[in-house]
Write a protein that binds this ligand. Structure first.
Ligand SMILES: C[S@@+](CC[C@H](N)C(=O)[O-])C[C@H]1O[C@@H](n2cnc3c(N)ncnc32)[C@H](O)[C@@H]1O
Length: 175
């Protein structure tokens, strides 16, 4: 009996989380959960150079693949992942804790994250989010901040360069 009640509760939580996700993706234009391929992440990490103590943000972190790759190369950097969806957030949080990672994973809407101290921002989001993200970056970020977006260009940011992996573009901007 207790087992059935727990099972029902777990199923209810899963259905509610899935419904919230569906609402956010369909009605608020948020990006769905897909991961960038390892070769995309490796290309970006090989291309960038960080100095000690710089702050790096992965907006829409998912499994925080980018930050985990960076942490291996730059253990001193301040790495912040922002993920609004509970499911990837919890999975990634558990994974980071197990690995004793120092990555600061926050469960919040990236549009509410303060980006004023960012030296580098990486994102792989959705086309519908780009105008709003561009406005936020222009308003909050300091000159010199590097913004890297996989697959989707960000309007009105100073373009730096584009790299290509498997026919897909990675857009680099520098404020
Ligand atoms: C396409 S996945 C990218 C995952 C990972 N960054 C990568 O490159 O493999 C986009 C992620 O952004 C998250 N996301 C979408 N909209 C968001 C928002 N407004 N705030 C925070 N996270 C968001 C989704 O839940 C999803 O995990």
């Amino acid at each position: 009996m207790i087992f059935l009640m727990i099972l029902e509760l777990v199923l209810l939580v899963i259905v509610v989380l899935a419904a919230i996700n569906f609402f956010n993706i369909v009605f608020r234009g948020f990006a769905p959960f897909f991961s960038a391929k390892p070769e995309v992440i490796a290309t970006i990490i090989n291309d960038i150079k960080l100095t000690k103590d710089q702050e790096v943000y992965e907006l829409g972190a998912g499994t925080a693949k980018f930050l985990r790759g960076l942490e291996a190369k730059y253990p001193q950097a301040k790495l912040i992942g922002v993920e609004y969806s509970w499911f990837p957030y919890l999975l990634t949080k558990i994974r980071l804790t197990k690995a004793k990672s120092k990555i600061d994973l926050r469960r919040e809407d990236l549009f509410k994250t303060n980006l004023s101290r960012a030296a580098l921002i990486y994102c792989y989001l959705a086309p519908d989010m780009m105008v709003r993200l561009s406005e936020k970056i222009q308003k909050e970020c300091r000159p010199g901040t590097i913004v890297v977006s996989y697959l989707f260009s960000i309007p009105n940011l100073p373009w730096h360069k584009t790299l290509e992996v498997g026919g897909n573009k990675i857009y680099f901007y520098q404020l």
